[in-house]
Ligand binder design. Structure first.
Ligand SMILES: [Fe+2]
Length: 371
C-alpha cells in the first residue's frame, strides 16, 4: 500500500511539474530549432527504393544490412525543443553480392509518432509515458533493436524494417536501457550503463546474453541523476562515466524538454566496476570536471592501468537556456587530468577483481584518457 500511495503522490507531483513546465514553455522562443531546418530538416516520407544504382563497385563479400537512426520529428516542436529529442527514424541499406538491394526509412511507431502519422502505434509493452526511441540501432542476440537512453524499452525491427515491436529483451529488461550498448566479442554479451530520467540516486550495469535476454542488472549508487551517454569495458572492468551533467529541475520547470544541465556541485569521476561486482565494489577515480559523450576505446595496459580514449569537453549545457543545441566548450581531444589520486593511480585491491581476469595484471589501475 505505501508504494501505491507513493506512486500516487509522485504522479500528482509530476503532473504539477508538467503543468508548470508547459506554462513556462509558452514563454520560450517560438522559432524553429536550428536542427530541424535547412540541411537538418526531417524527412517527410517513408521511402522504399529498390535495386539502387551503384557508383563504382561494392567490395565483394560486403553483404548485409547497414542501419542508422536518429531523431526525425514528424512534427517538429518549436518551444523548448532539443535536437536530441523527437520521433525516431531508422534508415536501412541492404547490400548483397555487389548490389544495393534496397533502401528503406521508417519512423519508430511510438504513440506520439503514430498519432501524428494517423496510424496504429507499434505493438509491445511500454515503459512509462514516453516511448520515443530515436538514438541508435544495434544487433543483439542476432536481432535488430532500436534503442534509446533514460526511458523507453527497445524496439525490435524486422530485417526488412517492415515490422517493429517494443521488446524489453523478451521481457527480461525491467528498467531503462541505453543508446550505446557495446558487445564483447569474446563473450558475445552486450554491456550497457543505463540511467533513468526519473531515478536520480542510481544507475545500472545491464548485461544482455548472446541469446538476447538480460542476465545481469546491478544498481550503482550515484547522486543528482547524472546523464551517462556511453560506456566501455576492459578485460576486468566496466567503465562508468559519472560526470557533472545531471538532471535539472530548473531546466524542466523552465519548459525545456531536455532537462539535463552542467552541475558544478556534482564533481566528476570515472568508475571502474568489476564485471561481476556489485555497486559496493566499484572504484571511483576523480577527474577534473568535463563531459564525455562517447568513448572511443578502453583497455588495460601491461601494468594493469585502465586507459580510456575519449573526446572530453571542458563544459557542456552550462546555461539553463542552453540545451544540446548550444556549442560545447571547445576542448575536444583533450585529456582528462586525474585528480585526487596517487601518481600510480587509483589502487584497486586484488580482492575486488575477478580472479579469472586478474592473471598477469597488476593490482593498480588509472583512469586516464589519452585523447
Ligand atoms: Fe551518441
Amino acid at each position: 500500500m505505501p508504494n501505491r500511495i507513493q506512486a500516487a503522490f509522485r504522479a500528482a507531483a509530476e503532473a504539477g511539474v508538467g503543468f508548470w513546465a508547459a506554462c513556462n514553455r509558452l514563454r520560450l522562443p517560438g522559432t524553429a530549432n536550428p536542427f530541424v531546418v535547412g540541411v537538418h530538416e526531417p524527412m517527410r516520407a517513408e521511402l522504399t527504393l529498390e535495386n539502387l544504382p551503384v557508383t563504382g563497385a561494392i567490395p565483394p563479400g560486403l553483404d548485409g544490412l547497414y542501419l542508422k537512426m536518429g531523431a526525425n520529428p514528424v512534427r517538429a516542436a518549436t518551444r523548448g525543443h532539443d535536437w536530441f529529442l523527437g520521433d525516431g527514424m531508422v534508415h536501412g541499406l541492404a547490400i548483397e553480392a555487389g548490389k544495393a538491394l534496397w533502401y528503406r526509412n521508417r519512423w519508430i511507431g511510438s504513440r506520439t509518432a503514430a498519432a501524428a502519422l494517423k496510424r496504429p502505434a507499434a505493438p509491445g509493452p511500454r515503459r512509462g509515458g514516453n516511448d520515443t526511441v530515436n538514438t541508435n540501432v544495434v544487433a543483439i542476440g542476432g536481432r535488430i533493436f532500436a534503442v534509446v537512453e533514460a526511458g523507453s524499452f527497445p524496439v525490435e525491427l524486422a530485417w526488412d524494417l517492415e515490422a517493429q515491436r517494443y521488446n524489453p529483451f523478451d521481457g527480461t529488461l525491467t528498467g531503462s536501457f541505453t543508446g550505446h550498448p557495446h558487445r564483447d566479442p569474446r563473450t558475445g554479451e552486450t554491456h550497457a550503463i543505463a540511467y533513468d530520467g526519473r531515478v536520480w540516486d542510481s544507475v545500472r550495469h545491464v548485461v544482455v546474453a548472446p541469446t538476447g535476454q538480460v542476465v545481469r542488472d546491478v544498481a550503482i549508487p550515484v547522486a543528482h541523476g547524472p546523464c551517462i551517454h556511453d560506456c566501455a569495458f576492459t578485460a576486468r572492468f566496466v567503465i562508468v562515466l559519472d560526470l557533472p551533467v545531471t538532471f535539472s529541475f530548473r531546466a524542466l520547470l523552465a519548459g525545456y524538454r531536455f532537462p539535463f544541465r552542467w552541475n558544478p556541485r556534482h564533481g566528476a569521476r570515472v568508475g571502474l566496476l568489476p564485471r561481476q561486482g556489485d555497486g559496493a565494489d566499484i572504484l571511483w577515480c576523480e577527474v577534473d570536471p568535463c563531459f564525455v559523450f562517447h568513448i572511443a576505446n578502453a583497455y588495460e595496459d601491461a601494468d594493469g592501468r585502465v586507459i580510456l580514449d575519449v573526446i572530453a569537453y571542458a563544459t557542456v549545457f552550462t546555461a539553463i537556456g542552453a540545451g544540446s543545441t548550444s556549442r560545447a566548450a571547445s576542448n575536444a581531444g583533450r585529456s582528462i587530468p586525474r585528480r585526487g589520486v596517487s601518481r600510480d593511480g587509483c589502487s584497486i585491491p586484488r580482492r575486488r577483481s575477478s580472479p579469472a581476469s586478474m592473471s598477469g595484471a597488476s593490482g593498480n589501475a588509472t583512469a586516464t584518457s589519452t585523447r
